[in-house]
Design a binder for this molecule. Structure first.
Ligand code: NAP
Length: 315
């Protein structure tokens, strides 16, 4: 495993993290012991960053993560990142939500608390929730503050609200089929020294090579409405997957590992957080770091990826 640092904090984090949304009905991994095995294997592979959120399984993911780290004696081996939803950002709700996360995670202090998305519906001023989060850092309940799904203009505003702390990370959708993050967010993160936590780095499984245009599973899970799996889009994505498979065959790597490696090697601040439903998947995903493809292969993927244009206007 390769390591980097979380923003400018000096905290050592693995270049590939573990996404824990999978521990929820949304993705179907609802058996605690199975989740515990995934976390144990992540540790064995050198992964030390785990990403959860209050909304994942309405607390189930946080509970599983907290319980597993406690039972496995791994609490100090992981940097645990959680998220407070954009709906809970009134000051009193921030305090209440963090109190509940602390209980579910069974910790005195949460390593990284991210604002999951900006408050869209409730007209809460940015400084109200950012100041509340900063207060929680002062009180020893949170260590670091991050943002998720914020555009640069709002990240600037959020940082302006803080006095003694700074935002250390930004989490956004970023994968080889969906590269909009490169337009504004990635340059911002690189310039400002923020870690960019890439969510859906495997395009929810579309880049793994196990789905084909003729074998698009009828997802009963969260993916049923995902644009990337719409036949119109997936036909393009699959051409990219074929290139990933060809490049991977040179290095003995799977398409998923090549897809993750491309993200890791393209920017020093990008840390993909692929979700895993089994020990095999987490083991495979850890193999997305620790090696480099040739420039020629990187460029081949860059070109194939640039040809993909996902449309979300589907009805
Ligand atoms: N901040 C946000 O708003 C936000 C939004 C979404 C996600 N996230 C975070 O990002 C994490 C990852 O994103 P994601 O869950 O959307 O998608 P993802 O990581 O792109 O894809 C995960 C899915 O791909 C399949 N998979 C994973 N590893 C594989 C492997 N090695 N081989 C074959 N298949 C594999 C699994 O599903 P199947 O086996 O069923 O195909 C898995 O559930 C989440 O867990 C969450 O922590 C954050």
């Amino acid at each position: 495993m390769e390591y980097t640092f979380l923003g400018n904090t000096g905290e050592k984090i693995s270049r590939i993290g573990l996404g824990a949304w999978q521990f929820s009905e949304s993705w179907g991994l609802t058996e605690y012991e199975a989740a515990k095995r995934v976390i144990q294997e992540a540790h064995a592979q050198g992964i030390n960053l785990i990403d959860t959120a209050e909304v994942y399984g309405r607390g189930m993911s946080e509970e599983f993560v907290g319980r597993a780290l406690m039972e496995l004696g791994l609490r100090d081996s992981f940097l645990v990142a959680s998220k407070i939803p954009g709906d809970f950002l009134a000051e009193h709700d921030v305090y209440k939500a963090v109190e509940r996360s602390l209980k579910r995670l069974q910790v005195e202090e949460i390593d990284l608390m991210q604002v999951h998305w900006p408050p869209c519906w409730h007209n809460i001023p940015t400084c109200e929730y950012m100041r509340a989060l900063e207060k929680l850092v002062h009180m020893g309940k949170l260590r670091y503050i991050g943002l998720s799904n914020f555009p640069p203009v709002l990240i600037d505003e959020a940082r302006y609200c803080l006095s003694t702390e700074d935002v250390v990370s930004i989490q956004v959708r970023y994968n080889l089929a969906e590269r909009d993050a490169e337009k504004e967010i990635l340059p911002y993160a690189e310039r400002e020294g923020l870690t960019l936590l890439a969510w859906s780095p495997l395009a929810k499984g579309a880049l793994t090579g196990k789905y084909t245009p003729d074998n698009l599973p009828r997802f009963q899970d969260v993916r049923s409405g995902e644009a990337v799996f719409h036949p119109e889009n997936f036909a393009q994505v699959y051409k990219l997957v074929e290139v990933l498979a060809e490049v991977g065959s040179k290095y003995g790597k799977s398409p998923s590992q090549v897809a993750l490696n491309w993200l890791v090697s393209s920017s020093p601040v990008v840390v993909p957080i692929p979700g895993a439903k089994s020990e095999e998947q987490v083991r495979s995903n850890a193999g997305g770091a620790g090696w480099r493809m040739s420039y020629e292969d990187w460029l081949r993927i860059e070109e194939a990826s640039s040809r993909v244009r996902i449309t979300r206007v589907l009805w």
